[in-house]
Design a protein around this ligand. Structure first.
Ligand SMILES: C[S@@+](CC[C@H](N)C(=O)[O-])C[C@H]1O[C@@H](n2cnc3c(N)ncnc32)[C@H](O)[C@@H]1O
Length: 338
């Protein structure tokens, strides 16, 4: 069954058209009576695709939140499950999954957890597809890439940030050394975001005067590595007018800059914290505290060992390169969900 390109183009999904075409092709290849699962429903934009491509299959879609757009095409033919993969596996222990599209928690621990929970439900020849397999999502990228490098996963199809294939080995035996080897081999370098203003010359610390702007995940990670009290983090519209400096902890500082300057705060007091600057804080943590804040991000023993192998034991020149390119800050900010 081929799916109309217009239907694919109209999907209200964060996937690209090429990725949708690939997903539709894979779903269309399933035998009647098969079962599909999407992890990460979001607005439900792919329900139309999956139910049209595999009309004789059951389509489950799960999310920890209900963000579905009422009336989205295909949603009435889908079974929505509100909860995570653990709850789904507990509620459907007898289900055999022929196709799983994983697009939920993008952190390294989340990706591992979801696969571990769903593995007992997978049919022997099941297709697994992950979205956001690129360096901008290091948790997903290094997980999938390590499975592939170690022969535990064999891709059958890729499109943009989508990788789909079959498990071909026991991925659960992979350890920190396997994942560390992938990270050290790749050394991918994301472009540092362009900043309109220069970063602060001195290193941010608990006693740095001024306030931080950004109460999201970027702000949370800056708080951990700088030691600045989280109470000194504000939103741009609630920050005090008279702070001597404003440290902008956001991936897109331009909107904050516009808001603060519109409030009459001089540009000279605004300092965007970018990936490279965050990397500087991480390097200081590694040099002065043996990576205490970095180690605290690890969610289990495997991640603790990974942090040691990749960062604590890294040569100073490597860390310098990673900091300058923005990779270190980018990785620390996105590998874990903070
Ligand atoms: C990138 S969006 C999914 C986009 C959707 N697949 C599409 O193509 O339109 C990620 C979704 O995953 C959900 N999510 C985050 N963590 C999750 C988890 N642990 N389990 C299930 N869903 C999760 C979020 O609520 C969000 O709606």
């Amino acid at each position: 069954m081929s799916v109309d390109r217009r239907l694919l183009a109209a999907c209200d999904s964060l996937t690209t058209l090429s990725e949708r075409e690939a997903l539709a092709g894979l779903a269309a290849g399933l035998a009647p009576g098969g079962t599909l699962l999407e992890v990460g429903t979001h607005r439900g934009g792919l329900a139309g695709l999956f139910t049209a491509a595999a009309p004789a299959c059951r389509f489950f879609t799960l999310d920890i939140e209900d963000l579905r757009t009422p009336g989205a095409p295909g949603l009435d033919a889908a079974v929505f499950f509100r909860g995570d993969t653990a709850a789904f596996a507990a509620a459907h222990p007898e289900t055999r999954l022929d196709f799983v599209f994983i697009d939920g928690d993008h952190s390294f621990s989340g990706i591992r957890r979801d696969l571990a929970r769903l593995a007992p439900l997978l049919a022997p020849d099941a297709i697994l597809a992950w979205h956001d397999v690129d360096v901008r999502h290091p948790g997903v990228f290094f997980f999938v890439e390590t499975l592939r490098r170690r022969g535990c996963f064999t891709p059958v199809c890729t499109a943009d940030r989508l990788v789909a294939g079959r498990l071909t080995g026991d991925w659960s035996r992979l350890g920190a050394a396997d994942f560390a080897a992938t990270i050290l081999a790749a050394q991918p370098v994301p472009p540092a975001p362009a900043c309109a203003l220069p970063p602060p010359a001195s290193r941010l610390g608990a006693d740095t005067p001024g306030v931080c702007i950004g109460t999201g995940s970027f702000g949370a990670i800056v708080a951990r590595f700088s030691g600045i009290d989280p109470a000194r983090f504000h939103d741009s519209d609630t920050a005090p007018d008279d702070a001597p400096a404003y440290y902008l902890c956001s991936y897109c500082p331009d909107a904050i800059i516009r808001c603060l300057t519109a409030r009459g705060i001089p540009q000279q007091r605004l300092f965007p914290i970018d990936n490279a600057y965050l990397g500087r804080l991480v390097r200081h943590d590694l040099a002065a505290r043996n990576g205490r804040a970095l180690r605290a991000l690890a969610t289990d023993a495997l991640e603790e060992e990974l942090v040691s192998r990749v960062f604590v034991e890294a040569a100073p020149a490597t860390l310098e390169d990673w900091q300058r390119s923005g990779f270190l800050g980018h990785f620390v900010r996105l590998f874990w969900a903070v």
